[in-house]
Design a protein around this ligand. Sequence first.
Ligand code: NAD
Length: 247
Amino acid sequence: MGRLTGKRALVTAAGQGIGRASALAMASEGAQVFATDINAAALDDLIADGIETFVLDARDTDSVNLGMARAQPDVVFNCAGFVHNGTIQEATDDDWDFAFDLNVRSMFRTIRAALPGMVDRGSGSIVNMSSVCSSIVGAPNRFIYGTTKAAVIGMTKSVAIDYVAKGIRCNCICPGTVESPSWHDRVKALGEQIGSYDAAMQQFVSRQPMGRVAKAEEVAALVVYLSADESGFTTGQAHVIDGGWSS
Ligand code: NAD
């Protein structure tokens, strides 16, 4: 028996990075996993692990509603999100709108669509992807990003309090820097900006007192815990996993 045996779990942005690692970890704990992403090709090889895959655009309400109707999930891991670089003076209205739509409103869509089934069954666990860069710490050049991820914490607490008596839990996770394809792109971009890839890498790594960034699998382990009944007494919390960054 796995820790998630008997549960149906839908993951957004499961094509790569933390979403992918979490889909695999949940499947290995016995969940029936629905791994979704906007990029169909990125999902292809998850099928070999017994995972059902389909395209779900977290920015599209119809796509979300169809996906939730298909999966009928007991667990939702809202992982989709994007990191904009820059201060408030570099932020554009378009970047702001895009980030709030993908990082925050997407979760409004998915949670709204998943809740009726969870309420009928009297149980459910929702895990939202926030970041330690949110209301917990400010990170340089993460104005839009940190603002959206703080909103995720507020949404998490709001859903948690409204549904706690219905057997539904809602938590969020707040990682520090995690190795993923988009993180490698951010290191490269910073390296080009400051003229040294190694110096860019050092900037990211030095934020974590542990002297390294996280592996996606380390974050996936927290997602499994929050999805499973063993975490049944925690709801409405922001779970920090940041290598000591905010300590
Ligand atoms: P990533 O950024 O490398 O991959 C993101 C995935 O999202 C891609 O597969 C992409 O196709 C998918 N995607 C993009 N738009 C989508 C949409 N509209 N609908 C569905 N899927 C879409 O992965 P990552 O770095 O592991 O980041 C995943 C989440 O974790 C994000 O919310 C990010 O903000 C958060 N996070 C990441 C880090 C980090 O350092 N990597 C730290 C804290 C939080």
